[in-house]
Design a protein around this ligand. Structure first.
Ligand code: KG4
Ligand code: ZN
Length: 348
């Protein structure tokens, strides 16, 4: 595929990661010219979750230094940037404001176009880029997107690169959020996904039976609060005492949480005769999920899972999403920074 040439500077600050990146596309390849990231995980571990004001303040403290480091590392000059992209939603309002105001300042100072990027779409769009080969992938449509993060659990029908529509959502907690809450109940560290997954490796998932949410229901929705409550009740009733029982509970929870995702995803793929499944968001880093997904690949179904570094929040995916938006509509190069507004509850 011959790709139009473009250099994009991207900024991400929707939650607790401050990221900046420069993506360059030319000919048939793309290159990440620079990528810097400051994770606030250590700070939020103390409170077992993100305190919005603390996150926003930390973005303010780090963003300028990261920007200088990005320019120095990449050796790219701002004057050579064609488009600036920034996450304008969804996310925490204070965090979003830091990134967007910073982006507006750079765009107005250097007279560059500024495009607002939907963080959810960006998670999906990261799958269009193969970090190992530097190639932009040809996705076969229709495709189903499974977006699984700390704030979202959604099934998305993509009829083309342009046309995407949500067909399923969580009725209560997001899957990542349920991992975080179960980790807290088990006394494990934040974020809960990796710590629950680690403990689950030592357990037998079939030693404890947990209720499968919304089982056999003919829709594409998810529910995680009942599963979390079932874990809490077992702990409160004193049924989980030994280290082996804790590991079994972590394994049973992980298995049920992931099987629930797969049941609904399989239904969506079948009903829409999807040719590709695109998995995205922080929970796509889960190894048990990846193993189960690899067993679903057939000649009729491609499965796209992001590289580990693209699973959780980062600015590379924001730049990638901006490039997809540019392929869809070249007018994005005329986007005016004055029109960017943050939208904490922006949807796909
Ligand atoms: O996409 P992300 O970085 O931020 C949001 O936009 O929410 O996702 C973070 C979520 C957290 O809830 C975290 O516990 C979960 O992704 N997560 C995982 C794993 N790694 C991160 N969940 C399950 N297994 C993992 N290995
Ligand atoms: Zn995210």
């Amino acid at each position: 595929m011959t790709l139009p040439r473009l250099k994009i500077l991207a900024i991400e600050s929707s939650c607790d990661e401050t990221g900046l990146a420069i993506l360059e596309v030319s000919g048939s390849k793309f290159k990440i010219r620079g990528n810097v990231l400051n994770s606030q995980i250590k700070i939020h571990q103390k409170t077992h979750g993100v305190v919005p004001e603390v996150a926003a303040r930390r973005h303010i403290e780090t963003i300028n230094g990261l920007f200088e480091k990005l320019l120095k590392d990449s050796k790219v000059k701002i004057k050579d940037i064609d488009l600036i992209a920034v996450t304008h939603g969804p996310g925490l309002i204070g965090s979003l404001l830091v990134g967007t105001e910073f982006a507006k300042t750079v765009a107005s100072t250097f007279n560059k176009p500024l495009l607002g990027i939907n963080h959810l779409k960006a998670h999906l769009h990261a799958n269009y880029f193969n970090l190992e080969t530097g190639e932009v992938k040809d996705i076969r449509y229709p495709a189903i997107g499974l977006l699984i993060s700390g704030g979202h659990t959604e099934l998305i029908l993509l009829k083309s690169m342009k046309d995407c529509q949500m067909i399923g959502d969580t009725l209560d907690d997001a899957v990542g959020e349920s991992f975080d809450k179960v980790a807290k109940l088990l006394g494990l560290s934040y974020p809960g996904g990796p710590s629950v997954a680690k403990l689950a490796l030592e357990g037998n998932p079939n030693a404890i039976e947990l209720p499968m949410p919304l089982h056999n229901r003919p829709d594409y929705n998810f529910s995680y609060s009942g599963l979390k409550t079932a874990v809490r009740v077992l702990i409160q009733n004193g049924r989980i005492q030994s280290p082996a029982q804790r590991a079994n509970l972590a394994a049973a929870f992980q298995q049920t949480a992931i099987e629930h995702l797969l049941e609904k995803t399989t239904r969506a793929i079948r009903d829409h005769r999807a040719k590709t499944l695109i998995v995205a968001g922080g929970v796509s880093a889960n190894k048990y999920l990846r193993e189960r997904l690899s067993s679903m690949i057939t000649p009729d179904l491609d499965i796209q899972v992001p590289a580990f570094e693209l699973c959780t929040d980062n600015a590379q995916m924001i730049a990638m999403s901006a490039y997809v938006e540019y392929l869809n509509n070249k007018k994005v190069l005329k986007s005016d920074w004055r029109k960017i507004k943050v939208d904490p509850s922006l949807n796909i």
